[in-house]
Write a protein that binds this ligand. Structure first.
Ligand SMILES: Cc1cc2nc3c(=O)[nH]c(=O)nc-3n(C[C@H](O)[C@H](O)[C@H](O)COP(=O)(O)OP(=O)(O)OC[C@H]3O[C@@H](n4cnc5c(N)ncnc54)[C@H](O)[C@@H]3O)c2cc1C
Length: 491
């Protein structure tokens, strides 16, 4: 057995090879070219979990089509605040990617992003009334000026014929369309960002599992397990001045091992997912849109059904879903003990409170879990009435771990957004939650930079704003803020 290699030293350790750590690797290597940055990924390749192109829907979330960003008040008015925020955050991501492409650091945009119109389709009088009010509110804002609205079935048929084929002629329907919508291959983008980071000296270790993170004086000490076939199981440690935990579903447990008080009381609620995928070219070529509908009553916001054009590695397909379900794993390549391993005395009350207060959600997930292929086809037909079973296959989506947060009044609450947890000294940060996700990676990681490095390096924030003029870091990012940030609402 090889001797234990101990305590190599780096400046910055990034845990996880998904879109978040990849984005942070690029930002930090841009801001401090001399920093020794090392990234550790437990699988043999990066972007195999939620950032894999078939584990997410690839929607460039800009609030052009997702109704949950525009809630309606009882008086009928539609609040667009969240939608404007998410749109602005996606703009910041596009600006970062465009900057890197112009500098020759990222490949051409067409290798990871395609223009695909974003549509919303609603049925029934109340749905039409809501969509009309939403359109009226959004179209006054310059970011949404290009949006179109119609109640005319023929116009919808022209925009997306599959939505109308087989739908009763007298159906009350309405739709919006935004031609500036996008489909993003976040897997290809993650890999391209990591290649860019490597070219700048960032060291990427794959097949390297971070077992825990512990404070050792001025440093953090990461215990690593090597999973490569040449040195399988070999233990080693590394010391880092700053740690970012971008481990997706693995982030909660790693943050817990750090012992920082900011993570106390947090728990995770795993939601599994599946999509239907169709690759039949005759049907695929008749649909060019991402079409979002309305969530079922009682359904969590991330389970809004949508029929998507997907472009992955030069091939176009249709994706429909997601279908939610319950799983005790926190990662797609995780373990059935993942949930158990995150139970701590401090998060039992929040978890029990969430179970008590969200029985409707639990019932919904069980119903979805038990849904037969026939039931899934019926759901698909609400969006694409003429759909036939042939050609559709079921694929496993990424695992989401929703945040359970301590709440002094209720005991605990379930959050559908994303939170950046930062230690009070700014030496460790991590990202919990899954939505609005990869689209807002640039914004979320710029917030990490602001909170953990902004005090020592105010010039870094100026540089980030030059690269991303749409970046609005907002309130609460005074460096070393202890309150967790929430970059936007649920998908
Ligand atoms: C069903 C679904 C649909 C979605 N649709 C969209 C969408 O349409 N648009 C959008 O913008 N976002 C979407 N998202 C969200 C988006 O996919 C995620 O927010 C994003 O991919 C998260 O990136 P990440 O880097 O945080 O995590 P991940 O991509 O999950 O990466 C985490 C990495 O950490 C590694 N890791 C875990 N534990 C350890 C450890 N102990 N040591 C070392 N490495 C470790 C994992 O192997 C993994 O590679 C969707 C998510 C899901 C689940």
């Amino acid at each position: 057995m090889a001797p234990k290699r101990s305590d190599a030293e780096v400046d910055i350790a990034l845990i996880g090879g998904g879109i978040m750590s990849a984005t942070l690797a690029v930002l930090l290597s841009e801001l401090d070219p001399t920093a020794r940055i090392h990234l550790y990924e437990r699988l043999s390749d990066p972007a195999q979990e939620s950032s894999d192109p078939w584990r997410n829907a690839g929607t460039g979330h800009a609030a052009l089509c997702e109704l949950n960003y525009t809630p309606q008040a009882p008086d009928g008015t539609v609040d667009i605040t969240k939608a404007v925020g998410v749109n602005q955050q996606f703009r910041a991501s596009r600006e970062l990617w465009a900057y890197l492409s112009r500098a020759g650091i990222l490949p051409e945009e067409s290798t990871y992003l395609q223009p695909v119109p974003h549509m919303t389709l609603v049925e029934g009088a109340d749905g039409v009334e809501y969509l009309r009010a939403r359109y009226a509110a959004l179209s006054e804002h310059p970011n949404f000026a290009g949006m179109e609205f119609t109640e005319d079935p023929d116009t919808i048929r022209e925009w997306a014929p599959l939505l109308m084929e087989g739908r009763p002629a007298n159906a009350t329907v309405a739709a919006t369309r935004a031609e500036e919508g996008t489909d993003v291959n976040f897997g290809a983008l993650t890999k391209a960002l990591l290649d860019a980071a490597k070219a700048r000296g960032v060291v990427v270790h794959t097949a390297t599992h971070v077992r825990h993170v512990k404070r050792r004086g001025e440093h953090w000490r990461l215990a690593l397990r090597d999973g490569s076939w040449t040195s399988i199981g070999e233990p080693r440690t590394v010391k880092a001045k700053f740690v970012f935990v971008g481990a997706g579903g693995g982030a909660l447990r790693l943050l817990q091992t750090s012992g920082i008080p900011e993570i106390k009381g947090y728990g995770g609620f795993p939601i599994a997912g599946q999509f239907l995928r169709l690759e039949d070219p005759a049907i695929v070529k008749r649909h060019n849109a991402k079409v979002y509908g309305r969530a079922e009553v009682g359904a969590p916001p991330m389970s809004v059904p949508h029929l998507d054009t997907r472009v992955v590695d030069g091939r176009t397909a249709l994706l429909f879903g997601p279908f939610a379900g319950f799983s005790v794993k926190f990662l797609a390549f995780g373990s059935v003990f993942d949930a158990l391993r995150t139970i701590r005395p401090g998060n039992i009350v929040p978890m029990l409170s969430v179970a008590r207060d969200n029985l409707g959600l639990v019932q919904y997930l069980i119903k979805e879990l038990l849904a037969t292929p026939g039931a899934k086809l019926r759901t698909l037909r609400k969006m694409f009435p003429g759909a036939q079973r042939e050609g559709w296959s079921i694929i496993t989506a990424g695992q989401r771990v929703q945040i359970i947060k301590p709440d002094p009044e209720k005991g605990g609450t379930l959050e559908f957004g994303t939170e950046v947890i930062t230690s009070s000294d700014g030496s460790i940060a991590g990202l919990l939650g899954a939505s609005p996700g990869a689209s807002t990676a640039a914004y979320a990681m710029a917030r990490v930079v602001a909170r953990c490095f902004g005090e020592e390096h105010p010039e870094w924030l100026t540089r980030l704003s030059e690269i991303m003029p749409s970046l609005d870091l907002g309130a609460g990012v005074t460096p070393r803020a202890t309150d967790p940030a929430k970059p936007g609402g649920p998908v």
